[in-house]
Design a protein. Structure first.
Length: 108
């Protein structure tokens, strides 16, 4: 491939990445990746890992929450919050020494 061809290929790839970054939030969830359309074209919160988000983390990302609700993917909010609360409860039970006979905490 000639230098011009390599340049054009790189420019096209860069334009695609730039367009995606301006138009979509890329969310890393427990189920994989989700693309959520942004409400405004900007480079903020392009990639967000929401697997361990707690309720107070969602308060810091209000534009992201609005975009998720607008896209009809509200289940993403509940899944990560429920998962976070579940892990915190397991941790608390482990600290209290509350375990079943199998060695696992009784919380499922």
């Amino acid at each position: 491939m000639s230098r011009l061809g390599s340049f054009l290929f790189g420019a096209i790839c860069g334009a695609i990445v730039c367009f995606t970054a301006l138009k979509y939030h890329v969310l890393r969830t427990n189920d994989g990746y989700q693309f959520v359309p942004k409400l405004t074209a900007n480079f903020e919160e392009t990639y967000v890992d929401v697997r361990k988000f707690q309720v107070n983390d969602w308060n810091e990302h209000k534009a992201l929450v609005a975009a998720i609700v607008q896209a009809g993917k509200s289940d993403l909010l509940g899944d990560s919050a429920a998962s976070s609360l579940h892990e915190e409860a397991k941790s608390l039970l482990d600290k209290l020494g509350w375990r079943s006979q199998t060695g696992e905490s009784n919380l499922r």
